[in-house]
Ligand binder design. Structure first.
Ligand SMILES: Cc1cc2nc3c(=O)[nH]c(=O)nc-3n(C[C@H](O)[C@H](O)[C@H](O)COP(=O)(O)OP(=O)(O)OC[C@H]3O[C@@H](n4cnc5c(N)ncnc54)[C@H](O)[C@@H]3O)c2cc1C
Length: 343
C-alpha cells in the first residue's frame, strides 16, 4: 500500500468513527436483561436476533440492529472468513453487473459508501472515470465496512433447522447449528431469526435432467461442473469445452475457460436467439427498492416469475470478453437431450 493510499484510508476511517459517534452508534441497548427475563421463558442468555448469512444483506441487517440498540445479536455464516457471498468464489465476472452508484450496505451514511471507500484509495477523479465496480473491490469494500461498523461474524457455522421452542412456542425459536470445522452441533434459542442466505436460500443447485448422467455420477468435478462449483480452469487448457446456457454466468465461465487456454469453447443454447431486453432493469431504481416489499405476495411472485421467465440478457461486458477469442462460438438451437461421460 502506498503512503497516499494509506493516508486516504486512514483519514476515511477517522471520518467514519466520527460520523458513527455523532449518530450515537452503536445505540444504547434497550432490550435490557430485566425486560427480557420478565417475559416468561426468555432467558438472559438467549439471543434477541440470530442472523444466518454474513453476505451483503446479513451484515447490513446486523449493522441496522446495532444502530437501533439491539445488541444481543449473533451473525453466523457457513463460509469461512472472506468467503461469504459469491464475490471471491464462484462469481467470475470482472466487474459487478449492477451500476456503480447503487448504495445500500452503508445505510445512508455517506462516508460508508463504496464511493467514499474507493475515492479514499484512488481519488475522486478515479471515481468519476470508473466504469463499473471491480468484483474484488466490492468484496474488499464489504469487509472494510464490516470492520468499521463492528460487526462480528462466527464463520464456518451452518444453520441446519429451526422449530418453535417446545416450552415457549410463541416467544422463542430453537435453532440447530453446526460447527463445520469440528462437526459439532448445538441448539441456540432466539426471539427472532433473519435468514439472509442469498441464493443458497432458494434451495439447491439446479441441474437439467439427463437420462444417463446425474450430478452424483462419475465425472463431476473432473469433466462436468456447475457454474457455482469451484473450478480449476487450468484443467481445460487445450481441451474442447461446451457450456450449457447463455446467462451471465455462462459467458463468464466460458471466458475463464478461454483465458485459461481452452482449444475451443462453444456456448449451447436451446433458444434461437439471446434475450435482448433486461426486464429487471427497474430493480436498480429507488421506486422498485422502496415499493417492491409493499406489494402483495401474489404480485411479487408474479413479477419475479415474469422476470425469470423472460430471462435477462447476458451483460455486454461478459459477451465482449468472450468475443475477443476466435476460439469462441455461440450455438443457438442446441438443446441437450442427454449427457454421457466417455472414459
Ligand atoms: C455470479 C453472481 C454475480 C452477481 N453479481 C451481482 C452484481 O453485480 N450486483 C448485485 O447487486 N448482485 C449480484 N449478484 C447477486 C448477489 O448474490 C447479491 O446481490 C448479494 O450477494 C446478495 O447478498 P445476500 O446477503 O442476500 O446473499 P449472499 O451474498 O449470497 O450471502 C448469503 C450468505 O449466506 C450464507 N449461507 C447460506 N446458507 C447458509 C446456511 N445454511 N448456514 C449458514 N450460512 C449460510 C452463505 O455462505 C453466504 O455467505 C450476483 C450473484 C451471483 C451468483
Amino acid at each position: 500500500m502506498t503512503s497516499t493510499v494509506k493516508n486516504g484510508l486512514e483519514a476515511l476511517n477517522h471520518e467514519v468513527a466520527r460520523a458513527l459517534a455523532t449518530l450515537n452508534y452503536p445505540a444504547t441497548p434497550w432490550p435490557t436483561s430485566k425486560s427480557r427475563t420478565n417475559q416468561q421463558g426468555v432467558g438472559d442468555q438467549d439471543l434477541d436476533v440470530l442472523i444466518v448469512g454474513a453476505g451483503m444483506c446479513g451484515q447490513t441487517a446486523a449493522f441496522a440492529l446495532r444502530r437501533e440498540g439491539v445488541d444481543r445479536v449473533r451473525v453466523i455464516d457457513q463460509a469461512s472468513l472472506g468467503q461469504e457471498g459469491p464475490w471471491s468464489t464462484f462469481a467470475r465476472m470482472h466487474t459487478l453487473r449492477s451500476p456503480k452508484h447503487l448504495t445500500g450496505p452503508d445505510l445512508g451514511i455517506p462516508c460508508l459508501s463504496f464511493r467514499a471507500w474507493y475515492s479514499a484509495l484512488h481519488g475522486e477523479q478515479a471515481w468519476d472515470t470508473l466504469y463499473k465496480i471491480d468484483r474484488l473491490d466490492w468484496h474488499r469494500y464489504l469487509l472494510w465496512l464490516r470492520v468499521q461498523t463492528g460487526i462480528a461474524v462466527d464463520n464456518n457455522i451452518a444453520f441446519k433447522s429451526v422449530r418453535p421452542n417446545p416450552q415457549h412456542p410463541d416467544q422463542m425459536l430453537e435453532v440447530l447449528i453446526e460447527d463445520q470445522l469440528h462437526q459439532r452441533q448445538a441448539l441456540i434459542r432466539c426471539r427472532h431469526l433473519v435468514l439472509a442466505l442469498g441464493r443458497d436460500g432458494s434451495g439447491k443447485l439446479r441441474w437439467p435432467t439427463f437420462k444417463s448422467w446425474q450430478p452424483d455420477h462419475l465425472g463431476r468435478f473432473q469433466s462436468v461442473w456447475h457454474a457455482a462449483d469451484p473450478i480449476d480452469f487450468n484443467r481445460m487448457r487445450a481441451k474442447r469445452v461446451a457450456v450449457l446456457g447463455a446467462g451471465a454466468s455462462a459467458f463468464d465461465n466460458a471466458a475463464c475457460a478461454l483465458e485459461a487456454g481452452a482449444e475451443s469453447v462453444e456456448l449451447h443454447i436451446r433458444r434461437n436467439e439471446l434475450p435482448q431486453i433486461n426486464k429487471s432493469k427497474g430493480a436498480s431504481y429507488p421506486g422498485f427498492q422502496r415499493g417492491f416489499f409493499s406489494l402483495s405476495d401474489a404480485n411479487r411472485w408474479y413479477l419475479m416469475n415474469y422476470i425469470f421467465d423472460e430471462q435477462v440478457p447476458p451483460p455486454h461486458e461478459s459477451v465482449h470478453r468472450c468475443e475477443r477469442f476466435d476460439r469462441f462460438k455461440i450455438c443457438l438451437n442446441h438443446a441437450w437431450e442427454d449427457l454421457n461421460i466417455i472414459e
